[in-house]
Design a protein around this ligand. Structure first.
Ligand SMILES: NC(=O)c1ccc[n+]([C@@H]2O[C@H](COP(=O)([O-])OP(=O)(O)OC[C@H]3O[C@@H](n4cnc5c(N)ncnc54)[C@H](OP(=O)(O)O)[C@@H]3O)[C@@H](O)[C@H]2O)c1
Length: 232
């Protein structure tokens, strides 16, 4: 399988690459801004030769065609799985969230997945799987948390994008699902909720994501699946 994982330098994305890398038949492109951490990921992996690191700031939309596309082309002629995992959470009271906070969260959490899917459309194999990593906060009717209005809204948009992509590309056999994650112990969670300890580690969640990325689209398409022990 040829697989692209965004947000691979730490947390859930880092561990997802390691989980996918237990099978040497998986060729993985790992994207994030921090090149040093991506190098560490390669060092930590069982089959480093099957991981290509691609340091890139996914908010630089003006560079997608000129920089990102050629680099992806260097790695792969075609793609089987895209995991849109990179995300950002800015926890602030609603009155204090400013336009920069809005742009940052919506740029990375919804515009980047939109732009990446669009960029990769010509390269998807039959039965390709686009897997969007959202949050329980982005699911209609779930518990909401103060300070996460923009984060949760951007993740809700990603969930609905998933349903729309599945419908629009069903004839091309491109499948798209969304995992709405519950609390998972990572830097993102620790920064937002320092006193809280999640019941699931990044590697436990990553094992589920890696498995679902490989097999989930044979059973689901256009689905938003809650993967959470905590949030009702
Ligand atoms: N942890 C949770 O409890 C939880 C719950 C629900 C959903 N999620 C979702 O799960 C995903 C992973 O979360 P996490 O907890 O593992 O977060 P994390 O530890 O903060 O990791 C975020 C990843 O995104 C990358 N990233 C951030 N800005 C980027 C940019 N501009 N361009 C490219 N990459 C960028 C980071 O790499 P660089 O800094 O190197 O760029 C990093 O690899 C996110 O989408 C998050 O919303 C997490």
């Amino acid at each position: 399988m040829n697989i692209v994982v965004t947000g691979a330098s730490k947390g859930i994305g880092f561990e997802t690459v390691l989980a996918l890398n237990t099978d040497p038949k998986n060729e993985i492109v790992a994207i994030a801004r921090n090149e040093e951490k991506l190098r560490l990921l390669k060092k930590r992996s069982a089959y480093p030769d099957t991981i290509s690191i691609l340091p890139f700031d996914l908010e630089r939309f003006e560079l997608y065609e000129t920089v990102l596309k050629p680099k992806l082309n260097d790695a792969f002629e075609a793609v089987d799985i895209l995991i849109n995992n990179a995300g950002v959470l800015i926890k602030k009271e609603f009155e204090k969230q400013n336009y920069q906070d809005y742009d940052k969260q919506f740029n990375l959490n919804i515009k980047a997945p939109f732009a990446l899917i669009q960029l990769m459309l010509p390269y998807f194999n039959k039965k390709a799987h686009v897997l969007n990593i959202s949050s329980m906060g982005g699911v209609q009717g779930s518990s909401k948390f103060s300070g996460l209005a923009l984060y949760s809204s951007s993740k809700g948009a990603l969930a609905v994008l998933t349903e729309s992509i599945a419908e629009e590309f069903k004839d091309q056999d491109i499948r798209c699902n969304c995992l709405a994650l519950g609390a998972t112990q990572t830097e993102m969670l620790a920064e937002a909720f320092p006193a809280y300890k999640a019941p699931v580690s990044a590697s436990e969640m990553a094992n589920y994501i890696a498995d679902f990325a490989i097999k989930g689209h044979y059973y689901f398409n256009g689905k938003i699946l809650p993967i959470a022990l905590t949030t009702p």
